[in-house]
Write a protein that binds this ligand. Structure first.
Ligand code: CNA
Length: 237
């Protein structure tokens, strides 16, 4: 049987698919990834992006951090694509248990998905580091320089910077969902950012599907591998 036919059959039979995704899920919405050919790592900055979006850089030079963040990481005004929409439909049909994502763009929820575990947080949530007041993404986008709360504190996006820990509850829910999945689809992620990438190891079944344009370190563990664009695959599911 052709690979795509096998995938279709597995989707039909599944009652608890978990989708584990990364930046590649949103490139077809127009948001660049980090490591793909057009990704941020192939563009020129004064420092590698990994350094700029680290906790120590944020502490040392918040003005530079927010300039980069606003220009390159604040994906406002984008729409979900076919992959986000099919996943939302599967959840409604009762065949998808959860989406576990490394993305911070909120597009799964915008497409209608409800059980979304955001390992790296979301640009849509922003809090004052002094008084905890909530601010929407537009406030951070439109603030001149470093965004400041009315109390004077810096308003920090609820995204996990390098050197920062992941939210424990989000990890626990993600692990539980992946461990209970009858099929795990891993897609649009280079699987190089830890600890997120390691979550794949909690899957115990024999329907591990990997869909990614480039090769990943986990290709050899997968039961089905597609080196294709997500839109090409999901438009047929
Ligand atoms: P990554 O390391 O940039 O890898 C993305 C992978 O997706 C690459 O291997 C590409 O080959 C692949 N890819 C890109 N487009 C497609 C496509 N249309 N179809 C199939 N495969 C595709 O991204 P990861 O998510 O693995 O890295 C983790 C970082 C990137 C996380 O911390 C994210 O928060 C962060 N990030 C998020 C966004 C977003 O929220 N949209 C954007 C850019 C980076």
């Amino acid at each position: 049987m052709e690979k795509l036919e096998i995938l279709k059959a597995w989707v039909e039979e599944s009652k608890n698919i978990v989708f584990f995704g990364g930046a590649g899920v949103s490139t077809e919405s127009g948001i660049p990834d980090f490591r793909g050919v057009d990704g941020l790592y192939h563009q020129k900055f004064d420092y590698p992006p990994e350094r700029i979006i680290s906790h120590s850089f944020y502490e040392r030079d918040p003005a530079y951090f927010f300039r980069f963040y606003r220009e390159k990481m604040l994906p406002l005004g984008f729409e979900p694509n076919i992959t986000h929409r099919v996943l939302a439909r599967w959840e409604q049909e009762g065949r998808l248990g959860a989406v576990v994502t490394q993305n911070i763009d909120g597009l799964h929820q915008k497409a209608g998905s409800r059980r979304v575990y955001e390992l790296h947080g979301s640009v849509l949530r922003n809090y004052c580091t002094r008084c905890g007041k909530f601010y929407p993404a537009e406030f951070v986008r439109d603030a001149p320089g470093v965004p400041r709360c009315s109390c004077g504190g810096i308003v920090k996006p609820d995204v996990v910077l390098y050197e920062e820990g992941l939210d424990q509850q989000t990890i626990e829910k993600s692990v539980a969902a992946i461990a209970a999945a009858d099929m795990l689809i891993v897609a649009g992620t280079s699987l190089t950012v830890y600890p997120a990438a390691g979550l794949v190891n909690y899957y115990r079944g024999s329907r591990l599907v990997l869909i990614n344009r480039d090769e990943t370190p986990y290709d050899r563990y997968a039961n089905l591998v597609f080196h294709e664009s997500l839109g090409d695959i999901f438009s047929q599911l």
